[in-house]
Ligand binder design. Structure first.
Ligand code: ZN
Length: 451
């Protein structure tokens, strides 16, 4: 099963790569992985995760070990994470820091998008060097003033540089200063509960920033990729730009198409489990996102896996919702959720499902056809997926170290059975059997424009 074809074949693996597809009755294999009656997918590529990541005075519940074990179990064989530059510091320092932790712990292949929070001209050569060393993508925030936000001039400067050095820019699109004001007003009025996470970040604050990011990219003459898009109005902006032929891309995440802002009202501060930025929206937005996934206004489904525990972490924001560490776990369930609700739900085809979770991110982030494809020469990253197996999602059985599951009790039909990373079985019968540190850094090249 690939993004463009469905066929029955044996996959012959030699070393770490796929050698041939077809029928090989004469070959004496060292090992045979039985997949008759199952789907064989290219390993998932999740281009948006946060592992070992500090936020709001705490750190994500998963490090590069537990987080990538969860990824593997969920059929993802490559992740791209985000080192965050300290203001005033050479971005290569945070890059090296994240690199060291991933190299020691990760069990699937990995790469890094450097976050830029500060860009005086003397840091330009550092960006050029990161690109030469195989990390050609950069992320900037239009949200979180006083912390990670950069102003429009900085965004434009970074984009103009990528027009010259071949880099690729990812944008977190929310109007930070306006949201900041709405948050302060809410707190002053005594509106301190988790539900104000969505009320103070209305769809237009996302749409405005998305339009602005697209305009700045157009001015600089570069492609742009909008991360974790959640609002219909923001998707309208992406759709309009794409209709004009601009190289504008966007991802959404399973939680935005499956969970709604009603979760934020869960009693006993339970709503904090669903606090994220941008926030969960209403069902009308979900329908618009599904349409976008079908019609290629959205090209990728990532997870934005940002796991915190309810106990001791989400609770930090009791009585003050902006202090709730924002994010949800998701790395483990992307394949199962998108298969069940997307493919089984009749919303996307099987090939489109493969494209959204594997092939398109591999192309956009410069590691195709090594990743994201089942073809001779590609890495033997393969997922045997049993489309009939029934599973129940629960915090009691999950690998991620978050102490809750946003999809607690949900029943899915279809489950990851076996996973190979570069020819080695790392998940068997749904259980992790790989080794710490066996994931490798993937040197990426230039982004491949999607048709
Ligand atoms: Zn994120």
């Amino acid at each position: 099963m690939t993004s463009s074809q469905t066929f029955e074949a044996d996959v012959l693996i030699e070393g770490e790569r796929i050698d041939a597809l077809g029928s090989f009755p004469e070959v004496e294999a060292d090992r045979i992985v039985e997949a008759a009656g199952k789907l064989v997918l290219p390993g998932g590529v999740d281009p948006h995760t946060h592992l070992d990541a500090p936020l709001k005075g705490t750190i994500t519940a998963d490090d590069f070990y537990s987080g990538t074990v969860a990824a593997a179990i969920g059929g993802t064989t490559m992740i791209i994470d985000f080192p965050v530059q300290e203001k005033g510091q050479d971005p290569r320092i945070s890059h090296a820091d994240w690199y060291a932790r991933a190299e020691e712990k990760a069990v699937v292949d990995w790469s890094l998008h450097q976050v830029i929070t500060d860009l005086p001209d003397e840091f330009f050569p550092a960006l050029d060097e990161l690109i030469r060393d195989g990390s050609p993508s950069f992320k900037m925030f239009m949200a979180y003033p006083g912390a990670r936000m950069v102003d429009d001039a900085t965004i434009f400067k970074a984009m103009r540089r990528t027009a010259e050095n071949g880099g690729f820019v990812l944008m977190h699109c929310e109007n930070g200063p306006v949201i900041d004001l709405l948050e302060k007003e809410a707190i002053a009025a005594g509106n301190v509960d988790p539900v104000y996470n969505s009320i103070t970040r209305p769809p237009v604050t996302e749409a405005e920033a998305t339009s602005r990011a697209i305009s700045l990219a157009e001015l600089a003459g570069v492609p742009v990729y909008v991360v974790h898009l959640s609002a219909a109005e923001a998707l309208d902006a992406v759709g309009r730009a794409r209709d004009r032929g601009l190289p504008v891309y966007a991802e959404t995440c399973p939680h935005y198409v499956l969970l709604t802002d009603e979760m934020l009202s869960e009693p006993d501060f339970g709503g904090s489990k669903y606090v994220m930025c941008p926030p969960l929206r209403t069902p009308a937005h979900q329908e618009r996102l599904w349409k976008g996934l079908r019609d290629d206004e959205l090209q990728v489904v990532s997870t934005d896996h940002t796991p915190f525990k309810f106990e001791g972490q989400k609770e930090m924001g009791r009585g003050n919702f902006p202090k709730i560490p924002n994010g949800v776990p998701g790395i483990e369930w992307r394949t199962g959720l998108m298969h069940h609700f997307g493919v089984r739900g009749g919303r996307i085809s099987l090939n489109r499902f493969v494209e959204l979770i594997s092939t398109a991110p591999a192309k956009l982030f410069g590691c195709y056809p090594r990743k994201g494809e089942i073809a001779p020469g590609s890495d033997a990253d393969l997922v045997v997926f049993d489309p009939e197996k029934e599973v129940v999602l629960s915090a009691r059985t999950q690998a991620t170290l978050s102490d809750y599951n946003p999809y607690e009790g949900w029943e899915l039909r279809g489950a990851v059975e076996t996973v190979l990373l570069r020819g080695t079985v790392i998940v068997e019968g749904g259980a992790f059997v790989g080794t710490r540190g066996s994931g490798r850094f993937v040197r990426r090249g230039e982004s491949i424009a999607l048709a």
